[in-house]
Structures are given as structure tokens and as C-alpha cells.
Design a protein around this ligand. Sequence first.
Ligand code: 4NP
Length: 162
Amino acid sequence: MVSIFAAMKILMVCLGNICRSPLAEGILKHKAKQAGLDWTVDSAGTNGYHVGEAPHRLSQKVAMANGIDICAQRARNFVPADFDRYDKIYAMADDVLDDIKRIAGKKYDAAKVDLLMNELYPGKHLSVPDPWYGPEPGYHEVYDMIEAACSRLIQKEMTKTD
Ligand code: 4NP
């Protein structure tokens, strides 16, 4: 069957690629599959401190509690070539957006980048808080924010008229 929906390639980016963006990757992949969308979803980090590591155990726990298994993911660095590989790049927070600009250099394309939360609250420029230093409730808060933004993304795609 030929899908009327575009085969989008989406990259989720945070600092460490172990707490927020692995959740965003897992949630959007799950929702796109449920919706029958042929989307490629990946994630990356801007600080390189955790390259090769699995997602934080609390991100894994919260994802699993919601029926999403993210344990096979491994952290990688965001690189300038990601602008060639992806149609859309979502930053989890404003400091991540600054890093993306700095790392991408000449490859930076503002049309491809946005804060994920602008999908839910356009123009508000809200950041998904970094749960890294805090206890488990922070991971649930982050999950709920990302889940709501990803639901909106899918809903927008399914109701597109052009
Ligand atoms: P993330 O959280 O960006 O959501 O993966 C962080 C994880 C680790 C660090 C910072 C943020 N760190 O500095 O090690």
C-alpha cells in the first residue's frame, strides 16, 4: 500500500543523549508506528559525556512503565552531517539549541530546527527540564511533556491537508 504521508526523518537532541532524547526517540517511534507512518526517528547528544551508554535507568524505567522499550539505544554525538540526514531536528531545551548551532557551523539550517515543545505550545520556547540531577518524579514529568508534544506532532501529520 502506498502511504499518502511523507517518510520523515526526525532527530531528537539533548545534552547527554541518555535522559530526554532517548525518551523522545522511543515515544515518537512508538507513536509513528502505531499511526502507520514510515518515519525514521533517532536521537543524539551535544556534550559527548555518555557516548556509547544505554539510556539512564530511570528513563528506561519510565518508558517501560508506558510500554516502550528503549534499552537497546546507545548515546551518540550530534554531528554537523545530521543536517544532511534529517528533515527535522528537535532540541529538548534552549541550551541544546545553542549547542546545535555551535556544532553545526555552516551546516546549520534554521528551517530544520525547533524546540520540541514549540510543537505543543507554538512560539512559547519552552524547554524540557533536564532530569539528570534529580529523582524519579522528574523523569515522569519529562515523559509527560515529551509524550504530549509527540502526540501533537503525529496528530498534525495525520490531519495535514496539503
Ligand atoms: P540529557 O541529561 O541531556 O537529558 O541526556 C543529561 C545527562 C547527562 C548530563 C547532562 C544532561 N551530563 O552532564 O553528564
